[in-house]
Design a protein around this ligand. Structure first.
Ligand code: KG4
Ligand code: ZN
Length: 503
């Protein structure tokens, strides 16, 4: 499966304007007291050259935040927060269970992907029209051991040979995050592995540095992150250092795709987005005059609830089927009408992305003139219309556009493992979980084990130009500190994190 990766790497940078220096090499340590064993140099089956994806102290991005995430999954800061050398001998296992994919991967410190595995739950949740948390947790629990074992086997390695384990601890569904975090903690204790807490949305953005190379995607860059749960534009100044230029006031685009696909009666077992995209190929995107969202608001926020409602009204009027939730479609009835609605929905959805991205380029350049590129990531970035439309905007702005290959746009273990490499290098890892504590946990009811999760972990602060009337911000009482959060900004003993982040 990796034989094609090199080819994908060359395709994921659409337009490279300039090359910039890479970001260094680093070695590994298992805990604060002794150096890690060096991993035997195995044959690399991942993509790209190590040259473009090494991480060096000498060339570290100027604005890299020297921060601690303040998340405690292990036994406190590894090496007292000192940077760690990460290089081709470093092997990081990444575990992702934040939503409906159980994924794991082993990535080398120089960005070579050695093995990956994923168990998708799309077929489980498809009939329900959305992710059902209890079902998701049960499916993660059933799959996690086999997925991790498959990733290690494909990498031709064992847990003993790992340098660290990285795991998504937020944002996401608490009961799902817990499955991955507990697996990582058990492995950390058993094999004495440093543990790296990973922010899911940051991982979507950082995987672009693995795909296109750290020479192409240097900080600062602009990122458009579009998935089922997130829709935002951010300026990425360094690992852990992000400013939110705009985010969605209601639905994320992936969510709107999923819901509209279901209303159209499409089989959503393989995901609503891909199903709608496929049907839209047969439709006329100008047939339905749906509104482009938020035209009156001259900012970088998004809204997809209105467009979703407009599509629903067209479905009710021209197709019928009540509230549409349980529509069963034989694939033929009013196919052209359905295709026209799908194409018209997609056209306006992508137009909205296009308009917001254009403004975000202007905003970002006002205070960050030296952007290296635009990264578009998250599940919806797998959409061909999104990809082809945004290429033009990047060209007009004379900025390279970087898309990870589709399989690394949707949730995957590689992005978590790579974020683990980046954070490990910067001293943002934690020492191994205490083995005695973990033995105690084995005797406890799993539901009673305390586990620091951050289901609503913001990726950063909002830009001052961004609107402040974000509807979802009503839940701020449960929102954890931003991903950024330098030492001294807050109490990293964990009290604020616990108050905000516990399920
Ligand atoms: O990043 P992701 O796997 O999970 C989240 O973090 O949410 O994104 C999943 C979302 C789903 O809503 C799915 O319908 C959407 O990404 N998606 C697409 C396409 N592939 C996945 N949406 C539109 N077109 C696609 N080709
Ligand atoms: Zn995601």
């Amino acid at each position: 499966m990796y034989s094609t990766t090199r080819a994908m790497l060359t395709r994921c940078v659409v337009h490279v304007r300039r090359g910039v220096s890479a970001y260094g090499t680093f070695g590994r340590r298992r805990d604060g007291s002794r150096p890690l064993q060096q991993h035997a140099n195995k044959s690399a089956v991942g993509g790209g050259t190590a040259r473009t994806r090494t991480l060096s102290h000498a060339h570290a991005p100027k604005n890299t935040a020297d921060v601690s995430s303040g998340v405690f999954l292990g036994s406190g800061a590894l090496n007292a927060g000192a940077r760690v050398e990460v290089n081709a001998q470093t092997l990081v296992l990444g575990i992702e269970t934040s939503c409906d994919d159980t994924a794991a991967a082993v990535v080398r410190g120089d960005g070579v992907v050695l093995g990956e595995a994923i168990a998708s739950q799309a077929a489980i949740h498809g009939p329900w029209g959305g992710v059902v948390p209890n079902l998701a947790r049960a499916a993660h629990e059933e799959a996690i051991d086999a997925v991790v074992a498959a990733a290690l086997a494909e990498a031709g390695t064992t847990a003993e040979a790992l340098s660290a384990v990285a795991v998504t601890c937020g944002p996401g569904l608490s009961m799902c995050l817990r499955v991955g975090v507990r697996k990582a903690q058990k492995m950390s204790a058993q094999y004495c592995l440093p543990i790296v807490p990973v922010h899911h949305v940051e991982a979507h953005a950082l995987v672009a540095r693995l795909c296109a190379g750290t020479e192409a995607v240097t900080f600062p860059f602009l990122a458009l992150l579009v998935s089922g749960g997130h829709n935002m534009l951010i300026t990425a100044r360094g690992v852990g250092d992000y400013t939110i230029l705009g985010s969605t006031l209601d639905d994320a685009l992936g969510e709107a795709y999923d819901k509209t696909a279901r209303l159209l009666g499409l089989p959503v077992g393989g995901g609503g987005g891909p199903a709608l995209e496929k049907l839209a190929l047969e439709g006329d995107p100008t047939k339905y005059k749906f509104p482009v969202p938020l035209r009156q608001r001259k900012n970088c926020d998004f809204s997809y609830a209105g467009l979703k409602t407009a599509a629903r009204m067209a479905i009710d009027a021209d197709i019928g089927g009540g509230d549409g939730d349980d529509v069963e479609w034989d694939g033929l009835d009013k196919r052209q009408t359905r295709a026209d609605i799908a194409a018209s929905f997609q056209a306006k959805a992508v137009k909205h992305l296009e308009e917001r991205l254009k403004r975000a380029i202007v905003w970002a350049r006002e205070d960050t003139p030296d952007l290296s590129c635009i990264v578009v990531a998250g599940g919806v970035a797998a959409n061909a219309t999104v990809r082809s439309t945004l290429v033009k905007i990047a060209e007009d702005a004379d900025l390279p556009l970087v898309f990870p290959p589709p399989k690394w746009c949707t949730d995957n273990g590689v992005m978590v493992a790579w974020s683990g490499c980046e954070r490990l290098a910067l001293g943002l890892a934690e020492s191994a979980v205490d083995a005695d504590l973990e033995r105690k946990h084995e005797t406890m009811d799993p539901r009673d084990i305390h586990c620091n999760l951050l289901p609503r972990w913001p990726i950063g602060e909002k830009d001052s130009r961004a609107t402040r009337d974000n509807i979802k911000s009503a839940k701020t009482a449960r929102i954890a500190d931003p991903l950024r959060g330098a030492d001294g900004d807050r109490d990293i003993s964990g009290s604020s994190v616990r108050a905000a982040g516990i399920e």
